[in-house]
Design a protein. Structure first.
Length: 234
């Protein structure tokens, strides 16, 4: 059972989602707006946050950005009725882990919640796998940490999974479909171009430590790879 916080200013939707999540075996917390949701995240430490994008005051985008800026990596699912392609890109840029457009099936949302919980649990499980170090970038699966030249680089769960997939297969081209499978590990229908957003975010975070970081190589028409040229750590 996981603790799931649902934040939405629509009381009827809060009731529907609460019932569905409780029937799925989760402990459900609710908040009627972003400000209240922010307080509950700090005090109740949920395992997953579901937040509506369109709320007065502190909206879902703002909430997600605040969490990531403060180093809180709790998995976040954003809900919206606005233009999917635009909102999806913005939400992911701000550090959201998933994105669901209204109207949606509660079964789909519950499946997304379950997938995030499983991925988070796997990432935090001790002894999950060996540390990988390439070009000064170190990934520690048992702690879900990334360090670059010794500095901690905060990654969302999705970013961590994508970076891990590339670094453990240096020189190998991975298609967006393959990377999406590594990142999400479920059967939900999500556009493959989400991978471009994840890659852009990872590059930005690593370049904040070293502006010359260039190991994630775009293979036009194919996908991405971790460049294994001279200088790669053994």
């Amino acid at each position: 059972m996981a603790r799931v916080l649902v934040i939405d200013d629509d009381p009827s939707l809060l009731d529907v989602l609460s019932m569905a999540l409780e029937e799925a075996g989760h402990d459900v917390l609710t908040a009627a707006d972003g400000s209240a949701g922010w307080s509950r995240v700090q005090g109740d430490k949920p395992d997953v946050v579901i937040a509506d994008v369109n709320m007065p005051g502190v909206d879902g985008f703002t909430l997600c950005r605040r969490l990531r800026e403060r180093g809180n990596q709790v998995p976040v699912i954003l809900l919206t009725t606005r233009d999917g392609e635009i909102d999806e890109a913005l939400g992911l840029e701000l550090g959201a882990d998933d994105y669901v457009t209204k109207p949606f099936s509660t079964r789909v949302l519950i499946a997304r919640v379950g997938a995030l919980i499983r991925r988070d649990a796997m990432s935090r499980a001790p002894g999950e796998g060996p540390v990988t170090v390439l070009d000064g970038v170190e990934i520690l699966p048992d702690r879900m940490e990334v360090r670059f030249h010794g500095s901690l680089v905060r990654m969302t769960l999705s970013e961590f999974r994508l970076l891990e997939a590339l670094m453990t297969r240096p020189g190998r081209v991975l298609t967006r479909t393959q990377l999406l499978h590594h990142v999400r590990g479920d059967d939900s229908v999500v556009g493959e171009r989400i991978i471009d957003t994840y890659v852009r975010r990872i590059r930005k975070k690593l370049q904040a430590v070293d502006v010359h970081f260039d190991r994630i190589e775009t293979m036009v028409g194919m996908g991405y790879r971790w460049s294994d040229g001279p200088g790669r750590d053994s």
